[in-house]
Design a protein around this ligand. Structure first.
Ligand SMILES: *[C@@H]1O[C@H](CO)[C@@H](O)[C@H](O)[C@H]1NC(C)=O
Ligand SMILES: *[C@@H]1O[C@H](CO)[C@@H](O)[C@H](O)[C@H]1NC(C)=O
Ligand SMILES: *[C@@H]1O[C@H](CO)[C@@H](O)[C@H](O)[C@H]1NC(C)=O
Ligand SMILES: *[C@@H]1O[C@H](CO)[C@@H](O)[C@H](O)[C@H]1NC(C)=O
Ligand SMILES: *[C@@H]1O[C@H](CO)[C@@H](O)[C@H](O)[C@H]1NC(C)=O
Ligand SMILES: *[C@@H]1O[C@H](CO)[C@@H](O)[C@H](O)[C@H]1NC(C)=O
Ligand SMILES: *[C@@H]1O[C@H](CO)[C@@H](O)[C@H](O)[C@H]1NC(C)=O
Ligand SMILES: *[C@@H]1O[C@H](CO)[C@@H](O)[C@H](O)[C@H]1NC(C)=O
Ligand SMILES: *[C@@H]1O[C@H](CO)[C@@H](O)[C@H](O)[C@H]1NC(C)=O
Ligand SMILES: *[C@@H]1O[C@H](CO)[C@@H](O)[C@H](O)[C@H]1NC(C)=O
Ligand SMILES: *[C@@H]1O[C@H](CO)[C@@H](O)[C@H](O)[C@H]1NC(C)=O
Ligand SMILES: *[C@@H]1O[C@H](CO)[C@@H](O)[C@H](O)[C@H]1NC(C)=O
Length: 684
């Protein structure tokens, strides 16, 4: 979308009454999608047609591991397209920012490819809270979101970005967006007729809503898939409604199909399946949708989207604690692996599950390759295994879950052992015998992966600080629950900083960040803050380049107490919308009410490293922005005590709850808060 569109839509003004009545949607979709033939999604290309991986003939060029010394050839080729596609959006974004005395168009056009700004976006973990808050950010950054005000707008940042990384709850957001053909946040929020997409009012433990079955065609309804997991050829008639019992029966059957095909299964399979019903707009949550299929979608092929990346950690064999120097893995549409000097290699995502040994799939008896292991829900589940235990506790307590399902899960846990509830098993280990001197899994047939936030690096910055990717700026959306009442206090950034000082860093650098009390005392957890502004603060060795500038965007209570518990399994649609809206307000500084100069300052952050490379004098407007938004090294380590903020933008509301209202268990106050937030929308 062009700048003029942004301006026109900015005039649209108040929300249509119908949209308010529907789900108290703060910004409505201009064209609600009702035609199911327009369903947007990744591709169902799993070879078995169900959840199970399948051995297939290897392609003529057999899949193999490669060293992490370069970007993959596929990524290099894709980047050529993407960097070119971001050119005009970048010019539009910088022009809209109206940096006084700076001609964005001629600057960008005259800079070489490698001198132009290279933007990465990172969405933290934190369950549904992180998904919703991150969604608000993406809605604000997306030029396709039609109802935006001009003031405070960061519209077009998404179109100008090269990378989009997600982890755990943030990985659900990124995964869902790409599973659904890069639909807009508004489309996913408002859903599709008959679909269960983003219906967070239905607890993930109870299953899809009774009115949201048959999303998509009936021909692949859950019952017809179930037949695949049994040896008997049962043809079951289609069902319009599934109960909680049927939902869990289906999930158990799906996972059993994988086990029956000879693959290890764990709670992660159950969790990933359950998530998929909410996040993938396809029958049964897209049984045969794979992560690698993203690379086959039109949007991605033409590089009209950023490059999606999900992050998981490994847990060293024989340990139960995730150290900060645990190897970090990434999943992208082409490859899965690690940049860390331990594993230091990547394999094709599409062929995960193949019997790799020292980076090769052996010929001879084991000569076949496996596809379908990188099932999309399983990859999202891998990045969020923190929720395995949550699943276990809630399933055991739920009334309608069939006993046989609980029995299967119990058997599974007995096999794995109590300490292994929280793992995703990658068997066969794609890095078996690979880099045997340094890879701590080299001698294990299983690679054990866990939630990407378990090493405290709860923002997926790791893929974006790799020098080889040359990212200049990362907008880091942090919805971590660090404080007693589930607000972030910079822990995730500190973890990434600390990691960059150890042997595991392997050339990655990270800007220094202050302690938790300083974050709170200086309000760095309530407004955007830039870290790493001052290039002269880094001592670079030969050939080393500056790390990205970090724009930290914390979850804070602008118009909604968005600090809902990480382990809250359901939300009314009004509360879901209010938290998305809060994320939008965080990203736009309340449509500029907190600072109408914010878009200019964000644009300056985008340009900062590029100015350095092109030795361009920093415009005065940017110097002022850096004074305002850069952390200047000031500390205030005084113990703040309990951090309980009230709404930062409460001019529109009489809501007077403290953040305790949304903390664990205080259901009644939460109900009041939800009711109040619905009123806010009505009166806008
Ligand atoms: C995916 O979205 C693009 C627009 O970005 C659209 O042209 C295309 O038809 C969609 N694909 C599917 C399968 O819906
Ligand atoms: C770059 O993008 C423009 C349109 O944005 C297109 O016309 C041009 O062909 C592209 N160039 C390359 C090399 O892809
Ligand atoms: C850009 O800023 C100048 C002042 O620096 C102002 O006169 C002008 O109206 C602004 N343009 C837009 C499109 O906001
Ligand atoms: C947008 O910002 C301008 C400049 O500060 C101000 O004059 C105008 O009233 C703002 N518009 C709205 C709708 O707040
Ligand atoms: C699916 O089948 C049910 C019952 O046969 C029918 O009512 C419904 O319209 C069908 N849905 C679609 C999308 O075809
Ligand atoms: C991680 O840290 C531990 C303890 O400091 C050390 O023993 C181990 O070698 C480190 N591992 C890596 C891969 O750096
Ligand atoms: C990163 O680790 C690999 C593997 O150990 C090594 O070959 C490479 O030189 C390291 N890179 C840097 C910049 O230290
Ligand atoms: C794996 O086994 C080989 C051969 O026994 C040994 O040299 C290597 O150090 C082992 N690697 C690890 C990470 O334990
Ligand atoms: C900051 O968060 C960490 C957990 O991430 C917590 O241990 C610490 O107590 C918090 N500090 C403050 C001041 O809230
Ligand atoms: C440090 O923070 C505390 C608590 O917020 C505040 O009372 C104090 O004034 C601050 N100190 C300075 C020097 O700003
Ligand atoms: C900002 O604008 C959006 C879109 O018009 C609106 O939904 C939202 O409520 C506004 N936020 C504030 C704080 O006024
Ligand atoms: C509203 O907040 C004020 C302080 O900010 C507090 O004194 C008052 O008791 C609160 N009122 C209610 C109804 O919670």
């Amino acid at each position: 979308m062009t700048l003029s569109n942004v301006l026109i839509y900015g005039l649209l003004g108040s929300v249509a009454p119908a949209a308010v009545a529907a789900a108290a949607a703060p910004f409505s979709s201009a064209n609600p999608i009702t035609d199911l033939s327009l369903e947007r999604r990744a591709l169902p290309n799993g070879p078995s047609g169900n959840y199970s991986p399948l051995a297939v003939d290897c392609p003529s060029t057999r899949p193999s591991a490669r060293a992490a010394s370069e970007l993959s050839p596929s990524e290099i080729d894709w980047l050529k397209l993407r960097r070119n596609n971001t050119l005009q959006p970048l010019i539009d974004f910088l022009t809209a920012a109206n940096i006084s005395g700076f001609d964005a168009k001629s600057y960008v056009n005259s800079a070489s490819d490698s001198d132009r700004p290279n933007i990465g976006l990172a969405v933290s973990g934190g369950g549904y809270r992180a998904l919703m808050n991150g969604a608000g950010f993406l809605a604000a950054a997306d030029s396709r979101t039609t109802e935006q005000t001009t003031n405070g707008s960061i519209s077009g940042l998404l179109q100008a970005a090269t990378y989009l990384a997600g982890l755990s709850g943030g990985g659900w957001l990124v995964g869902s967006m790409f599973a659904n053909n890069f639909s807009t946040i508004v489309q996913m929020r408002d859903g599709y007729t008959g679909s269960d997409l983003w219906r967070f009012d239905n607890s993930i433990f109870a299953g899809p809503s009774k009115d949201a079955q048959n999303s998509g065609s009936n021909s692949t309804s859950s019952s017809s898939k179930r037949a695949l997991s049994t040896t008997t050829d049962v043809s079951v008639e289609r069902r319009g409604i599934i109960t909680t019992a049927e939902y869990w029966t289906d999930v158990a059957d799906q996972v059993s199909a994988k086990a029956d095909a000879g693959y290890e299964t764990s709670l992660t399979d159950y969790w990933g399946r359950a998530l998929s019903y909410q996040l993938i707009n396809a029958p049964d949550g897209g049984l045969d949708y794979t992560f690698s299929s993203i690379a086959l979608t039109d949007n991605f092929i033409s590089a009209d989207t950023p490059f999606p990346i999900l992050v998981a950690d490994s847990r060293a064999p024989g340990t139960t604690v995730i150290a900060l120097n645990s190897t970090v893995y990434e999943f992208n549409a082409y490859e899965m692996g690690s940049w860390d000097p331990t594993t230091y290699g990547f394999v094709p995502t599409e062929y995960l599950g193949s019997n790799f040994s020292n980076g090769e799939v052996p010929t001879g008896n084991d000569s076949r390759c496996v596809r379908g292991f990188d099932q999309l829900g399983y990859v999202m589940g891998t990045s969020s295994t923190l929720f395995n235990q949550f699943l276990l506790t809630n399933l055991s307590a739920a009334v309608d879950v069939p006993k046989f399902v609980l029995d299967i899960i119990e058997d599974l846990l007995t096999d794995l052992g109590d300490d292994n509830n929280d793992i995703a098993q990658y068997v066969p280990n794609p890095f078996y015998k690979y880099n045997p001197e340094t890879n701590d899994f080299a001698n294990n047939t299983q690679l054990t992966l866990v939630d990407g936030g378990e090493d405290l690096q709860n923002i997926p910055l790791h893929p974006l600080i790799q020098p080889i990717r040359n990212v200049d700026i990362i907008v880091a959306v942090d919805s971590s629950a660090d404080t007693t009442y589930s607000w972030p206090n910079g822990t995730a950034l500190r973890a990434s900083y600390e990691r960059s000082t150890g042997a595991i860093a392997n050339g990655t650098l990270f800007p220094p960040v202050p302690d938790d009390n300083t974050f709170i005392n200086l309000g760095l957890n309530q407004r955007p803050t830039f870290f790493g502004c001052n290039a002269s603060n880094f001592s670079l060795s030969d050939g080393q380049s500056l790390p990205p500038l970090i724009v930290y965007l914390p979850n804070a209570p602008f118009t909604e107490l968005s600090n809902v518990s990480t382990f809250d399994p359901s939300y009314t649609l009004a509360q879901r919308n209010a938290i998305i809206q809060n994320g939008f307000n965080a990203a736009t500084r309340g449509n500029g009410t907190l600072d109408d100069n914010w878009p200019t300052c964000l644009a300056c952050a985008v340009l900062s490293r590029s100015f350095e490379r092109t030795k361009t004098d920093v415009p005065q407007a940017c110097t002022e922005c850096f004074t305002q938004y850069c952390w200047d090294g000031t500390l205030n380590t005084t113990n703040y005590g309990e951090y309980e903020p009230t709404l930062l933008l409460d001019g529109t509301t009489s809501l007077n709850a403290t953040s305790a209202a949304n903390s664990l268990g205080d259901v009644w106050v939460k109900v009041l808060a939800v009711a109040a937030s619905a009123v806010v929308v009505l009166t806008l």
